[in-house]
Design a protein around this ligand. Structure first.
Ligand code: NAD
Length: 295
């Protein structure tokens, strides 16, 4: 392997420790720890695992845990009512509605019950609008974690050719916006892209977020490129990403492993967003004209 490994576990650990330090300082300053509310609907086993991990990490960092688990038979109105209560609750700094929701729920309509100032997943229409306009706000956790990992390499993103494979609201699209904000020259490839390898082979920075196991081969890579693998797939032989790690690592300059790459960054960024939301809310109580987010 000639590529250098980007160690997401180590970067995430640093971010988590930094969040915990800020939580301790906030608690000392205000007399009350900030709170993270997680809302889970139905009984998707993977979602249950993700929410448990997020709650545990938040508790370890010193946040107060507010958790609501609604049954799959609850109505969209029930979910909206929980979100509206949390929106009003001053002890709650951040609200996360775990996705996907059960079939038949209007994801966009429900997510938008979360106030922008508490939108620690960065998925409301308001937060995505702020991102599109390049204004301060809470950014989607996985996409923000991708940028953290690129920063770890020391690569200059300004003017770099960045290709993102995938255009989802959760990952691909916000990652493209964040790279654009860093003055990269951004291309988004997706399921209708005609010749994927021809597009990706021009990338100095390649973000693989298609959700297809081992889609990206050595033939997709420009020699020396930084490759960030967002995909996570459970197989009989263990976890794999969207990237064929062993062959891509022979061509790329930098590459993230799966596991241990982007995965740990999502939770670390959630903690960072939640303390950011708490600090900004506190700043508004002290100085009412302060912007709605500290970023
Ligand atoms: P998604 O299914 O919502 O979006 C996938 C995107 O890939 C779509 O925009 C689609 O157009 C594009 N795509 C599909 N097939 C393609 C192809 N053959 N060529 C090019 N583009 C193609 O998925 P998502 O929510 O964005 O997640 C993507 C992957 O990232 C999944 O494997 C998911 O498990 C993983 N993920 C990881 C984390 C993490 O914390 N590491 C967080 C979120 C998602």
């Amino acid at each position: 392997m000639s590529a250098r490994l980007i160690d997401g576990t180590a970067v995430a650990e640093r971010l988590r420790q930094e969040a915990a330090r800020r939580v301790a300082a906030f608690t000392t300053l205000t007399g009350l720890a900030p709170g993270l509310a997680t809302v889970l609907v139905g009984d998707n086993p993977a979602s249950e695992v993700y929410v448990r991990r997020k709650r545990r990490a938040a508790s370890e960092a010193g946040f107060i845990d507010f958790h609501h688990h609604l049954s799959a038979s609850s109505s969209p109105g029930d979910v909206a009512a929980v979100l509206d209560d949390l929106a009003q609750d001053e002890r709650v700094s951040g609200i996360l509605l775990q996705l996907p929701l059960p079939a038949g729920f209007d994801r966009h309509g429900l997510v938008d019950h979360i106030p922008v100032a508490k939108d620690v997943d960065g998925l409301t229409t308001g937060s995505q609008g702020l991102l599109a306009r390049g204004r301060p706000g809470l950014r989607p956790c996985t996409a923000a974690g991708v940028i953290d990992l690129l920063d770890e390499t020391g690569i200059n993103l300004e003017g770099a050719a960045a290709v993102i494979v995938g255009r989802s609201e959760l990952v691909g699209h916000p990652a493209a916006e964040l790279l654009l904000a860093r003055n990269a020259t951004v291309t988004i490839a997706h399921s209708r892209t005609r010749d994927l390898a021809e597009v990706t082979a021009r990338a100095d920075v390649l973000i693989a977020a298609a959700g297809i196991p081992r889609l990206i081969t050595a033939a997709h890579i420009k020699p020396g490129a930084a490759v960030i693998d967002v995909g996570i797939h459970r197989t009989d032989t263990g976890l794999v990403g969207d990237v064929r790690f062993e062959e891509v690592a022979e061509v790329a300059g930098w590459v993230t492993p799966v596991p241990g790459g982007v995965g740990p960054m999502t939770i670390a960024r959630l903690l960072a967003n939640t303390i950011q939301a708490a600090e900004a809310a506190h700043a508004r109580t002290v100085q009412p004209d302060a912007p709605s987010s500290g970023q």
